[in-house]
Design a protein around this ligand. Structure first.
Ligand SMILES: [Zn+2]
Length: 189
């Protein structure tokens, strides 16, 4: 998934991107399967900047946290990418503490012709969707997703805490916030 800069101009543009998760390892590893669609509305701003408002849609391959049955879970994500120019070459992702977790900022050098979106989409999937969801139980005591009699106390599939998918993402910004600055001193004797 790539936003090609030559498509942008003085007028707002609407773009529709489609690809298969099988062609995009970052997305496949975050749980996406099959076709993914991204609709982009790109607005020109002052000073050769652009704001791209994106909506991504697709399907995740998940496993019921209750019954351990695999099933397909549709997903829908929104994110925004602010594009600014910079004089030096290359593409830099900018961290801004004031922006929301769905907001991204890129600074583009004169040599940059396209903005990659896969890492953003993968990050948003991990932020918003659990690969082991816990569906409700109906009045008859069955999992509403799988129809199986619900186990009363489901055993956790993974240790609470860090989603293992994070390890595979070179996250664009530190979504966990400040870290390590006030670690206790491991007191030496
Ligand atoms: Zn289930």
């Amino acid at each position: 998934m790539i936003l090609a800069l030559y498509t942008l101009g003085k007028d707002p543009v609407s773009l529709r991107l489609e690809d298969e998760a099988a062609n995009m390892p970052e997305l496949a590893e975050s749980g996406v399967t099959g076709k993914i669609t991204v609709n982009l509305e790109v607005l020109p701003l002052e000073g050769d900047s652009f704001l791209a408002q994106a909506e991504a849609e697709g399907v995740l391959s998940v496993e019921c946290g209750r019954c351990l049955e695999p099933f397909l879970q549709p997903f829908e994500l929104k994110f925004n990418v602010l594009l600014n120019r910079k004089p030096s070459t290359g593409l830099d992702w900018v961290d801004d503490e004031d922006q929301g977790v769905e907001d991204y900022q890129a600074k583009l050098g004169p040599d940059v012709t396209e903005v990659p979106l896969n890492a953003i989409i993968a990050e948003q999937v991990v932020l918003n969707y659990n690969l082991h969801p816990l569906p409700d139980v109906d009045a008859a005591g069955r999992c509403v997703q799988c129809g199986r009699p619900a186990v009363l106390a489901p055993t956790p599939k993974k240790e609470a805490g860090v989603d293992p998918r994070w390890a595979k993402l070179g996250n664009l910004k530190d979504v966990s916030g400040q870290d390590g600055s006030d670690k206790p001193n491991p007191g030496k004797t």
